[in-house]
Design a protein around this ligand. Sequence first.
Ligand code: ADP
Ligand code: ZN
Length: 376
Amino acid sequence: MVTVTIRVKFASEQRDRSYQILIRDGILEDLPLERFPLQNASSFFVLTDSNVARLYGAQLRAALSESKRRVELVSFPAGEQNKKAETAWHVASKLSKLGADRSSMIVALGGGVVGDLAGFVSSIYKRGIDYLQLPTTLLAQVDSSIGGKTGVNTSWGKNQLGTFHQPRGVLIDPRTLQTLPREEIINGLAEIIKCSIIADREMFDRISRLDKFDSAIPNELIVDACKIKAEVVSKDEVENNLRAILNFGHTVGHAIESASNYRLSHGKSVILGMIAESWIGLQLGILQRADFEEQSDLLQRVLRQFSVKTAFLNKRTLFRFVMADKKGAPSSIKMCLPSRLGAMYVNSEGSYKIPVSKEIFEASIDHLREVLASPR
Ligand code: ADP
Ligand code: ZN
């Protein structure tokens, strides 16, 4: 059993809000609470969803009770459709009824839906209280629990109400992945592969050597992905420039995900997005062919292990979605693209964002259709 400690520093915070991400099998049953600044925490309020409450609620309650503090569990029905302001309101009113105060600590136990919603409630409840993240999906463990983005969806878009609110710590128990449906694994796997492409060639090679992709994903890959995400967000907390490299594969990916009306999962959409965007890099002369092919081979191998439908790849529709996603900024699409495996392209002014024409964008969708039509 290994405990990995990552210190995340945020320049924008006057107080030192650096925190640790601890990763260890079984950490949920044996919480190293002494590693966190909990001296002032009078009570714990575990926020979770109905599925995770059933699987891990009692276990976590028992582990937290060791601290001799009061522990309450507040759960809401599982599902992305419940990541909304009404649920945040409902949860906050329950906290209030149960007597949560400014010295209470929220504990977010669950996937990205729970983490985002619990983080959001923590950031506004009595003008902001402390919280811990205990992510239980691969996506939440390697991506959404790190970096302090919180939020809920609204009728006019995803995460349209939200805040930046850093947790006091993140505790990751890879054992919880054993109960996670296989279809959820690809969501985290896509982000792990993305991290390797943007920052770590050797990690990419290790992923390439895996012959199957399931919940038995090696813990070191979770650790490495966390390190990369933590390093990027601690250098650029509110996404002025560098943090944008984490969007690799997401410009095209989000367009595909939206065009499918969220029937195609985030992971599958982002994998398709990475294939398209690296092809764009090749066309622009930014990415070498050998690196492009290596990347494309791995991504296609993953796609073949999970069934993917091609129905949502209409280039004109996707172009409309990309433009809508840019939130008003007119003219060209901008993307972050790899310059080789393990490094992102940066121009002479230090910007990671590269303009991409409508023609190249649409041609990349043609490329994607060809890839999917000819399984190798
Ligand atoms: P994401 O992290 O992908 O945003 P969600 O919060 O939407 O994930 O969770 C996806 C689904 O998996 C939900 O139905 C949730 O209740 C369930 N879930 C979360 N963690 C686990 C787990 N460790 N085992 C089984 N199901 C889980
Ligand atoms: Zn993503």
